[in-house]
Design a protein. Sequence first.
Length: 369
Amino acid sequence: MDLNKHDFELEDLVARIKENDHRLVALQVPEGLKMQALEMMDSIEDESAAKVILAADPCYGACDLVHDKMKMMGVELVAHMGHSQMNIDSGMPTHFIPVTYEGDPIIDPVLPILAEHKAIAEARLSNAGEELDLTDEEAMEKFVDAVGRVAPLTGTKLGLVGSIQHLHLLFDYKKRFESAGFEVEIPVGGARLTFPGQVLGCNYSGDDPDIGHYLFLGSGDFHPIGLVMHTGKPLALLDPYTGEASEMSFNRIERLLRQRMGLIFAVDNAKNFGILIGEKPGQMRRNLAIRMKNLLKKHGKKGYLLALDHVGPDLIDFYPVDAFVNTACPRIAIDDAVKYAKPLITPFELEVSLGEKSWEHGYQFDEIP
C-alpha cells in the first residue's frame, strides 16, 4: 500500500483544531492505519497546541465510536479516519476523514468477468416471470444458491460501488465502463450511507432490481462477501492498489450459505438463547433484541438479553445457554461463527428456525438500516 497516494487531510484537521483552540484531541483509526498513527500524532502536535490521544482499541467502522470514553478524559474533538459519518449522534464534535486513495487501475482485466456476469443477469431476467412451486428440498437448494436467490430482476445494469477510499473515482469509472458497452448505475443507499456508490459491511441498501451485477472498486473481500450474500448477484472486483481483477467466488458464497443452513438446523432443539445487544452507538438494536426475546417466548423458548461492547468467544461461550442470537454488528455471526463453541445465528436465521420465515425466498442478509 503506497501511503503517499493517500490523502489524510491533516492540514484541514489542524486548521479546525486551531480555529476552536482545542487542547486535547483523540485520533481513532482503523487497524490498517495503526502503524502510521504515531507519525500522524506527531504532525498534529507539531502544528498545533493540542495534545493527541490515540484510541488504541480495535476500530471497525464509523459505528464503532469512542466518544463516551474520550469525553470522560476531557477530549474536545475526535478525529475519526478511514470511514464516513453515519446516521448516528456521536455526542461530541467529530472530524471524519475518509482517507481517499488516488489509484487508477485500467479496466481491461475485469471486462471478461463483467461480460460473463452480464450474461448471468440476462438469463435471470428472461426467467423473471416464472412462478415456481418448490418442494422443501428445492427451497433449501435455492436458499444456498450464490446468485439468483432473492428478488427477480427488472434490468441488467452494472452496479458500480466501492469502499470509502475510492468513491471519488466512481463517476470517472462509470464513463469508462459505459464506453466499454455497459449500462452503468451508481446506486444511492439509505440514511446510513453518506455517498453514492458506498457500501458498508452492514448496509447494502442501494441495491436496485435494475442492477443485474456489480463491480466493486476496492481491496479485500469484506464488502464483496456481504454484497453478494445480500443481493444474490454476481460481483467482480477491481483493486485500485494492485490493478488486479477478480470475482467473488460463487463456491465461497455457497459454502457460507451452507454453513448458515447448518447453524439453523443446529438450533432446532435449542431451548435457551443468549440474545446479544451491541453497546456501540452504531450497532445497538435493542428493539430487535426484545422482538427476538418475545418471538422465542411465543415458541416456548427462553431468551436472555446480554449487552456487550465487544463480542468474542471468551466473553459469551461460558453462559449456560444452547445458542446465541446476534443483534450487534451483523458481521460477527457471518465472519466469526466458527470461533464460537455454540451456534451463533442472525435474527433472520432464528425466524427461519422457528418457522416464522420460509426457505424459498432465499437467504436474507442481516442489515442495520
